[in-house]
Design a protein around this ligand. Structure first.
Ligand code: GRF
Length: 200
Protein backbone atom coordinates (compact mmCIF):
# COMPACT_ATOMS: atom_id res chain seq x y z
CA UNK A 1 0.00 0.00 0.00
CA UNK A 2 1.55 3.34 -1.01
CA UNK A 3 1.25 6.20 1.50
CA UNK A 4 -0.89 9.09 0.20
CA UNK A 5 0.00 12.59 1.46
CA UNK A 6 -3.73 13.36 1.47
CA UNK A 7 -6.70 11.41 2.76
CA UNK A 8 -8.43 9.70 -0.18
CA UNK A 9 -12.13 10.50 -0.05
CA UNK A 10 -15.10 8.68 -1.60
CA UNK A 11 -18.37 10.63 -1.84
CA UNK A 12 -21.60 8.59 -1.92
CA UNK A 13 -24.59 10.20 -3.64
CA UNK A 14 -28.12 9.35 -4.78
CA UNK A 15 -29.36 12.52 -6.47
CA UNK A 16 -28.58 16.09 -7.50
CA UNK A 17 -25.17 16.15 -5.85
CA UNK A 18 -25.12 19.80 -4.77
CA UNK A 19 -23.24 18.77 -1.62
CA UNK A 20 -20.75 16.88 -3.80
CA UNK A 21 -20.42 20.01 -5.95
CA UNK A 22 -19.67 22.12 -2.86
CA UNK A 23 -16.85 19.71 -1.93
CA UNK A 24 -15.46 19.62 -5.49
CA UNK A 25 -15.52 23.43 -5.71
CA UNK A 26 -13.62 23.79 -2.42
CA UNK A 27 -11.06 21.18 -3.54
CA UNK A 28 -10.64 23.05 -6.83
CA UNK A 29 -10.14 26.28 -4.88
CA UNK A 30 -7.32 24.65 -2.87
CA UNK A 31 -9.33 24.79 0.37
CA UNK A 32 -9.13 21.06 1.08
CA UNK A 33 -5.33 20.66 1.40
CA UNK A 34 -5.57 17.33 3.25
CA UNK A 35 -8.28 15.71 1.12
CA UNK A 36 -8.31 14.23 -2.37
CA UNK A 37 -11.78 13.40 -3.79
CA UNK A 38 -10.79 10.12 -5.43
CA UNK A 39 -14.15 8.45 -6.11
CA UNK A 40 -17.88 9.13 -6.40
CA UNK A 41 -20.32 6.25 -5.96
CA UNK A 42 -24.00 6.64 -6.77
CA UNK A 43 -26.87 4.35 -5.81
CA UNK A 44 -28.70 5.51 -8.95
CA UNK A 45 -27.42 5.84 -12.53
CA UNK A 46 -29.78 8.80 -12.99
CA UNK A 47 -28.05 10.89 -10.29
CA UNK A 48 -26.96 14.25 -11.71
CA UNK A 49 -24.09 14.08 -9.21
CA UNK A 50 -22.46 11.57 -11.60
CA UNK A 51 -22.30 14.31 -14.24
CA UNK A 52 -20.77 16.69 -11.71
CA UNK A 53 -18.09 14.10 -10.86
CA UNK A 54 -17.26 13.42 -14.52
CA UNK A 55 -16.97 17.18 -15.23
CA UNK A 56 -14.50 17.40 -12.34
CA UNK A 57 -12.50 14.44 -13.67
CA UNK A 58 -13.35 12.23 -10.68
CA UNK A 59 -14.00 8.51 -11.16
CA UNK A 60 -17.78 8.01 -10.87
CA UNK A 61 -19.51 4.66 -10.64
CA UNK A 62 -23.05 3.46 -9.98
CA UNK A 63 -23.49 0.46 -7.72
CA UNK A 64 -26.99 -1.00 -7.29
CA UNK A 65 -28.60 -4.28 -6.30
CA UNK A 66 -28.66 -6.54 -3.29
CA UNK A 67 -24.88 -7.03 -3.16
CA UNK A 68 -24.38 -3.26 -3.10
CA UNK A 69 -22.33 -3.26 0.10
CA UNK A 70 -19.99 -6.09 -0.86
CA UNK A 71 -19.23 -4.40 -4.18
CA UNK A 72 -18.82 -1.03 -2.49
CA UNK A 73 -16.37 -2.45 0.08
CA UNK A 74 -14.31 -4.10 -2.68
CA UNK A 75 -14.10 -0.80 -4.60
CA UNK A 76 -13.27 1.25 -1.49
CA UNK A 77 -10.41 -1.16 -0.70
CA UNK A 78 -9.16 -1.25 -4.28
CA UNK A 79 -9.06 2.59 -4.39
CA UNK A 80 -7.48 2.76 -0.89
CA UNK A 81 -10.19 5.11 0.39
CA UNK A 82 -9.61 6.63 3.84
CA UNK A 83 -12.83 8.63 4.33
CA UNK A 84 -16.38 8.07 3.13
CA UNK A 85 -18.75 11.06 2.80
CA UNK A 86 -22.53 10.53 2.50
CA UNK A 87 -23.78 13.54 0.52
CA UNK A 88 -27.48 13.26 -0.25
CA UNK A 89 -27.05 9.48 -0.08
CA UNK A 90 -30.39 7.78 0.50
CA UNK A 91 -29.53 4.16 1.26
CA UNK A 92 -29.22 3.09 4.88
CA UNK A 93 -25.89 1.29 5.34
CA UNK A 94 -25.88 -1.89 7.44
CA UNK A 95 -24.40 -1.99 10.94
CA UNK A 96 -21.74 -4.41 9.62
CA UNK A 97 -20.70 -1.95 6.94
CA UNK A 98 -20.61 1.01 9.33
CA UNK A 99 -18.60 -0.92 11.94
CA UNK A 100 -15.87 -1.47 9.33
CA UNK A 101 -15.27 2.28 9.22
CA UNK A 102 -15.41 3.74 12.76
CA UNK A 103 -15.16 7.55 12.57
CA UNK A 104 -14.42 7.25 8.85
CA UNK A 105 -17.94 7.93 7.52
CA UNK A 106 -19.42 11.46 7.53
CA UNK A 107 -23.04 12.37 6.83
CA UNK A 108 -24.74 15.71 6.31
CA UNK A 109 -28.29 15.92 7.64
CA UNK A 110 -30.52 18.93 6.84
CA UNK A 111 -31.66 19.72 10.41
CA UNK A 112 -30.14 20.48 13.81
CA UNK A 113 -29.89 16.92 15.17
CA UNK A 114 -31.54 15.65 17.44
CA UNK A 115 -34.49 17.49 15.87
CA UNK A 116 -36.21 16.06 12.79
CA UNK A 117 -33.87 13.12 12.28
CA UNK A 118 -33.91 9.33 12.32
CA UNK A 119 -35.84 6.89 10.18
CA UNK A 120 -38.03 8.55 7.54
CA UNK A 121 -36.47 12.01 7.97
CA UNK A 122 -34.65 12.63 4.69
CA UNK A 123 -34.82 15.18 1.86
CA UNK A 124 -37.93 17.36 1.85
CA UNK A 125 -39.57 15.36 4.67
CA UNK A 126 -37.14 17.00 7.11
CA UNK A 127 -38.22 20.52 6.11
CA UNK A 128 -41.90 19.58 5.98
CA UNK A 129 -41.61 18.40 9.60
CA UNK A 130 -39.75 21.56 10.69
CA UNK A 131 -42.41 23.81 9.10
CA UNK A 132 -45.19 21.62 10.51
CA UNK A 133 -43.75 21.99 14.00
CA UNK A 134 -43.30 25.74 13.53
CA UNK A 135 -39.64 26.03 14.53
CA UNK A 136 -38.12 29.49 14.00
CA UNK A 137 -34.60 28.14 13.51
CA UNK A 138 -33.42 25.02 11.71
CA UNK A 139 -30.12 24.24 10.01
CA UNK A 140 -27.78 21.38 9.15
CA UNK A 141 -25.58 18.89 10.97
CA UNK A 142 -22.48 16.97 9.91
CA UNK A 143 -21.90 13.87 12.02
CA UNK A 144 -19.97 10.62 12.06
CA UNK A 145 -22.11 7.70 10.97
CA UNK A 146 -22.70 4.85 13.41
CA UNK A 147 -25.30 2.06 13.39
CA UNK A 148 -28.03 4.41 14.65
CA UNK A 149 -29.63 6.45 11.80
CA UNK A 150 -28.38 10.03 12.27
CA UNK A 151 -27.05 8.94 15.68
CA UNK A 152 -23.28 9.33 15.43
CA UNK A 153 -21.07 11.94 17.13
CA UNK A 154 -21.85 15.47 15.92
CA UNK A 155 -18.93 17.21 14.17
CA UNK A 156 -20.48 20.56 13.17
CA UNK A 157 -23.81 22.37 13.01
CA UNK A 158 -25.01 25.65 11.50
CA UNK A 159 -28.33 27.40 12.20
CA UNK A 160 -30.58 28.85 9.50
CA UNK A 161 -33.62 31.09 10.11
CA UNK A 162 -37.05 29.90 9.03
CA UNK A 163 -38.74 32.79 7.19
CA UNK A 164 -42.42 33.72 7.08
CA UNK A 165 -44.14 31.89 4.22
CA UNK A 166 -41.33 29.37 3.66
CA UNK A 167 -42.30 26.30 1.67
CA UNK A 168 -40.35 23.05 2.22
CA UNK A 169 -38.57 23.59 -1.11
CA UNK A 170 -37.55 27.18 -0.30
CA UNK A 171 -36.36 26.17 3.18
CA UNK A 172 -34.41 23.20 1.74
CA UNK A 173 -32.57 25.48 -0.67
CA UNK A 174 -31.70 27.94 2.09
CA UNK A 175 -30.46 25.16 4.41
CA UNK A 176 -28.37 23.67 1.60
CA UNK A 177 -26.85 27.00 0.55
CA UNK A 178 -26.38 28.59 3.99
CA UNK A 179 -25.48 25.49 5.99
CA UNK A 180 -24.85 22.16 4.25
CA UNK A 181 -22.61 23.48 1.49
CA UNK A 182 -20.50 25.34 4.06
CA UNK A 183 -20.33 22.70 6.79
CA UNK A 184 -19.62 19.58 4.75
CA UNK A 185 -16.46 20.66 2.88
CA UNK A 186 -15.02 22.09 6.11
CA UNK A 187 -15.76 18.84 7.99
CA UNK A 188 -14.14 16.81 5.18
CA UNK A 189 -10.97 18.91 5.49
CA UNK A 190 -10.94 18.74 9.31
CA UNK A 191 -11.37 14.94 9.46
CA UNK A 192 -8.97 14.41 6.53
CA UNK A 193 -6.32 16.46 8.34
CA UNK A 194 -6.79 14.33 11.49
CA UNK A 195 -6.39 11.15 9.42
CA UNK A 196 -3.22 12.39 7.70
CA UNK A 197 -1.67 13.74 10.91
CA UNK A 198 -2.44 10.52 12.78
CA UNK A 199 -0.51 8.61 10.09
CA UNK A 200 2.53 10.80 10.56
C1 GRF B 1 -31.02 17.33 0.20
O1 GRF B 1 -32.27 17.11 0.82
C2 GRF B 1 -30.03 17.70 1.24
O2 GRF B 1 -30.62 18.51 2.23
C3 GRF B 1 -29.65 16.37 1.80
O3 GRF B 1 -29.68 15.46 0.70
C4 GRF B 1 -30.55 16.00 -0.32
C5 GRF B 1 -29.89 16.11 -1.67
O4 GRF B 1 -28.64 16.65 -1.52
N1 GRF B 1 -28.35 16.40 2.43
P1 GRF B 1 -27.65 16.76 -2.81
O5 GRF B 1 -28.11 17.97 -3.59
O6 GRF B 1 -27.85 15.48 -3.62
O7 GRF B 1 -26.28 16.90 -2.26
Amino acid sequence: MIEHPKARVAVLISGGGTNLQAILDKEQAGELPHAEIALVVSSSEKAYGLVRAEKAGVEAVTIRGKDFEERLIALLEEREIDLIVLAGFLKILSADFVRRYPKRILNVHPSLIPSFCGDGFYGLHVHEAALEYGVKVTGATVHFVNEVTDGGEIIAQKAVAVEEGDTPEVLQQRVMKEAEHILLPQAVEDVARDIVERRA
